[in-house]
Design a protein around this ligand. Structure first.
Ligand SMILES: [Zn+2]
Length: 288
């Protein structure tokens, strides 16, 4: 049977588009109950994708090599890889960490790339839930705020972090609106402890020499100081709207974390070690 010419052409176009999208959004499946999303580390600026006209377009430099090291250090310790979804597009072309309209601004290729990023993240979450029961998504970023700490975002605004432990633990509506909603139910520790106790992610990282916010040493941002509490990725794929995968936005400073390969490695080791303890304490299971 002869294949009609238009069908042949559209199949070829589709194949080319699929290959293009696979280059723009890299998807790696894993075996650990951990998902890494890296939305802002890309450098590709293809001519056929229109430049975004508004919103933030600055790249999170070195977050891709940093994520590679985190993957390696997790594998070394726990014998498996995390799932990873990495945007290779420069943020002037796509911002996956925003709603579709602001993210792609009408460009058809950027729209398709956004869908690939989020469909893949959701698929990874579904796999983790099916295979491991529950898990954690870390959305990896970089910031240049004056106070050079790793900012951990739980969808709790900086001014709310100023509250006392009792106030935080007593605010059911606030807890339900965070991306660790399900983890709060699962963990034997309180919500405030999950945010800034010694075994919070900030506490575990600080114990390994990485300054964090929130953490036992820094409960909330200083007066007028900037702090990123989380945006689209953690809201869309964390446990705020259901499911058993919780999410944390990990905003890495430039100094001492992203600036050199040695510092990137040191952070990756600290994070991998911390996650082992974090899973035992809060998820009640070993990563291995
Ligand atoms: Zn970012």
């Amino acid at each position: 049977m002869r294949i009609p010419f238009f069908l042949f052409v559209s199949a070829t176009v589709l194949q080319a588009q699929t290959a293009e999208l696979e280059t723009y959004i890299e998807v790696r499946s894993g075996t650990l109950p951990i998902i890494l999303t890296v939305p802002h580390g890309g450098s590709l600026k293809p001519d056929n994708v229109l430049a975004r006209r508004y919103g933030v377009t600055g790249t999170d430099a070195n977050t891709v090599p940093l994520a590679e090291m985190i993957i390696e250090e997790l594998e070394k310790r726990y014998g498996g890889k995390p799932h990873a979804i990495i945007s290779r597009l420069h943020r002037t072309k796509l911002d996956p960490n925003r709603e579709l309209e602001e993210a792609a601004q009408g460009d058809p290729t950027a729209i398709a790339a956004w869908h690939r990023f989020h469909d893949s993240a959701q698929k990874a979450c579904d796999t983790v839930m099916k295979k491991s029961g529950a898990g954690l998504l870390l959305d990896i970023h970089g910031h240049r705020h004056l106070d050079q700490r790793v900012e951990l975002g739980y969808l709790v605004k900086g001014d709310l972090l100023k509250r006392s432990e009792a106030e935080l633990n007593g605010d059911a509506a606030l807890i339900a609106a965070t991306c660790i909603r399900e983890l709060d139910k699962r963990s034997p520790q309180s919500f405030a402890e999950l945010l800034r106790g010694p075994q919070s992610l900030g506490g575990l990282l600080e114990f390994r020499g990485i300054r964090c916010l929130p953490s036992p040493s820094k409960a909330s941002p200083g007066f007028m100081a900037s702090y990123f509490s989380g945006v689209y990725d953690v809201a869309a794929h964390g446990s705020r709207s259901g499911g058993t995968v919780s999410a944390i936005q990990v905003e890495c400073p430039w100094n001492h974390v992203r600036d050199t390969p040695e510092h990137q490695r040191r952070f990756a080791v600290a994070l991998a070690e911390s996650l082992g303890v974090y899973f035992e304490v809060h998820f009640g299971r070993k990563l291995k």
